[in-house]
Write a protein that binds this ligand. Structure first.
Ligand SMILES: NC(=O)c1ccc[n+]([C@@H]2O[C@H](COP(=O)([O-])OP(=O)(O)OC[C@H]3O[C@@H](n4cnc5c(N)ncnc54)[C@H](OP(=O)(O)O)[C@@H]3O)[C@@H](O)[C@H]2O)c1
Length: 234
């Protein structure tokens, strides 16, 4: 497939590398322009392009940028992108650690619903609940015992099916996470967030999440990350 990746950091770089290795034609963009991506391109086999080009070239576009940066994307970025193109949002809202406060999300809009509103088109939520290290190292062929499962949430069944196939292609068991209104079940800090679960356990984790705890889950996750990155005193 032709796949555009917007964001060339930890997640975008790894996704581009894995996808190119599997024979996809990957175009990748960051905020600084294609000339800053020469080394990554040589390493991954992806073609460096502008964000505008990455939004146009593929059958799939992956948004792999910080949530706050979605608001900085050019307004008309997807204006000429055919409606058949699937946009995947892999982002997580981290207000304290990175993004600052986004009022609409704090008032209850789901992370990916806000992203869809910002870019003016539907998104499929996937890959947000897997740490970069697991994405890098833990994809394995179908049928391998202990294979990690990843949930995919979104409203268009066709678009979701394409992303579920991509999840399998990258070495993970695809699990349908429901429509976008259910995507809170895989947001930061939920039982389904970054625990590298197998399919049955992931389904159980998605089902047991508590909608009234979305903000609490997020705060707990940010606290966990802060503890993890705090300087160690010996
Ligand atoms: N890291 C993880 O383990 C992980 C796991 C799952 C989900 N996520 C989520 O995935 C998203 C990306 O995370 P990451 O860790 O890959 O971030 P990262 O390493 O900080 O990389 C961010 C990338 O976004 C690009 N970018 C920022 N603003 C942009 C813009 N306006 N236009 C085009 N590109 C832009 C940056 O380009 P420049 O460097 O040129 O500015 C950079 O390449 C975040 O929402 C994160 O929460 C992360």
């Amino acid at each position: 497939m032709r796949i555009g990746v917007i964001g060339a950091g930890s997640m975008g770089g790894i996704l581009a590398c894995h996808l190119a290795k599997r024979g996809h034609h990957v175009s990748i963009a960051n905020s600084r322009g294609p000339e800053s991506l020469t080394a990554l391109a040589a390493e991954t086999g992806a073609t460096p392009v502008s964000a505008a080009a990455a939004a146009q070239v593929g059958e799939i576009v992956i948004l792999a940028i910080p949530t706050k940066s979605v608001a900085d994307l050019p307004r008309a970025l997807f204006a000429n992108t055919p409606s058949s193109v699937v946009v995947i949002d892999i982002g997580n809202y981290h207000p304290d650690l990175r993004d600052g406060r986004i009022e609409a999300i704090d008032r209850g809009m789901l992370d990916s619903q806000w992203v869809a509103q910002q870019i003016g088109r539907p998104v499929i939520k996937a890959f947000n609940n897997l740490f970069a290290k697991s994405l890098l190292e833990k994809g394995v062929p179908k049928g391998t015992p202990g294979r990690i499962a990843l949930s995919v949430a979104g409203d268009s069944l066709d678009a979701k099916a394409a992303v579920l196939r991509l999840v399998g292609d990258l070495g993970f068991d695809p699990v349908d996470g429901g429509d976008l209104d259910n995507s809170w079940r895989q947001q930061p800090g939920t039982p389904a967030y970054c625990h590298d679960l197998e399919a049955a356990a992931l389904r159980h984790a998605l089902a047991e999440a508590d909608r009234s705890r979305i903000a609490e889950y997020r705060a707990e996750q940010e606290a966990r990350i802060k503890r993890h990155i705090a300087p160690q005193h010996h």
